[in-house]
Design a binder for this molecule. Structure first.
Ligand SMILES: [Zn+2]
Length: 320
């Protein structure tokens, strides 16, 4: 049976819960917190074929990846963040209002998430077929010089960068979070023929400026579902993307969100765990190395059943 290397984020006991700003400037506690990591690990560990390791990438490697992806103004603004959550309008996505504030604890957690994603990609470079970065905060709404939707630094793009540096190129990125990956899109576009992005997400897309046409880059497939999709129709589109990507990529980075699951506080869809088992099976069928990077998914009850189902689909059911 194949093995899935689960890469665990260093949390250092930091309580870096997310903060959200509602229209009118009111600050609310967000849904992204370290308890998500625990729930995801519990679900994965329950599978016989999952082996846990700690995030191992060195500080210099993290710094180099961040410098390659994000602008110096972006990184300097985050590094200057204090203890209290602060709105940074200069880091709002192009044409949009800022929606998340920044504080030092969240920036520290975001750096650890990047370390986790790079460490997972490094496992593929070292020869493992499957690795799963159990990381938070998510990253796919963080662009070259903007933050948004709980995302400060782009974990998936850092994984792609690590694969390219390790010689696993070109890379296909499949984003299966409920939301369109506006940050990953801009970062992948800059990687040229080294990377192709496919995203399946909910319509309407609200995290790009009004009037933006999708796909917004040449090497991108953007498939939007109006209303909650039927799981069979959804998995057919996942398969279509994977068949297309498998034609010319050497490895896959999967931005996996469980905010498509029933009961998600930021979601509107109704997927049960079996959909994620289906995704796992389709990934296994590609024959490609797969680096999973955790994006959204905020229902603490749904996370463990979904991550366990994903592992079972990818690796085959437990031999019990
Ligand atoms: Zn999402």
């Amino acid at each position: 049976m194949s093995e899935l290397v689960m890469v665990e984020q260093r949390t250092n006991g930091l309580d870096a819960g997310s903060v959200w700003i509602r229209e009118g400037g009111e600050r609310l506690e967000g849904q992204d917190c370290d308890a998500r990591l625990m729930a995801l690990r519990v679900g994965l560990r329950r599978h016989f074929g999952v082996r846990a390791v700690g995030a191992a990438a060195a500080d210099e490697t993290v710094d180099q990846a961040l410098a390659a992806l994000h602008g110096s103004r972006h990184l300097e603004a985050l590094a200057a963040a204090g203890e209290d959550p602060e709105v940074m309008p200069e880091l709002a996505p192009p044409g949009l209002e800022p929606d998340i504030p920044v504080n030092a604890a969240l920036v520290a957690a975001a750096r650890e998430a990047v370390r986790t994603a790079i460490s997972a990609a490094d496992r593929l470079v070292a020869g493992d077929r499957y690795a799963y970065a159990v990381c938070r905060p998510p990253g796919h709404h963080a662009g070259p010089d903007f933050i948004g939707g709980y995302c400060y630094l782009n974990n998936a793009a850092a994984a792609v960068q690590a694969l390219r540096e390790g010689g696993l190129t070109p890379v296909g990125i499949l984003d299966l979070d409920l939301h369109y990956p506006n940050g990953t899109s801009e970062l992948v576009e800059r990687m040229g023929v080294d990377a192709t992005l496919h995203s399946l997400h909910a319509a309407p897309v609200t995290n790009v400026a009004l009037g933006t046409l999708l796909p917004r880059a040449p090497r991108e497939r953007a498939y939007a579902f109006t209303g909650a999709p039927d799981p069979v129709a959804y998995l057919a589109e996942v398969e279509r993307s994977l068949v297309e990507l498998a034609l010319d990529v050497t490895a896959l980075v999967v931005s996996l969100g469980y905010d498509t699951a029933e009961g998600d506080p930021h979601g509107t869809w109704h997927f049960g765990p079996e959909v994620f088992a289906g995704i796992g099976r389709l990934l296994a069928a590609t024959g490609l190395p797969v680096c999973v990077v955790q994006e959204g998914g905020y229902s603490l009850e749904a996370l463990a059943p979904c991550s366990h189902a994903f592992a079972a689909g990818l690796l085959g059911d437990d031999p019990v």
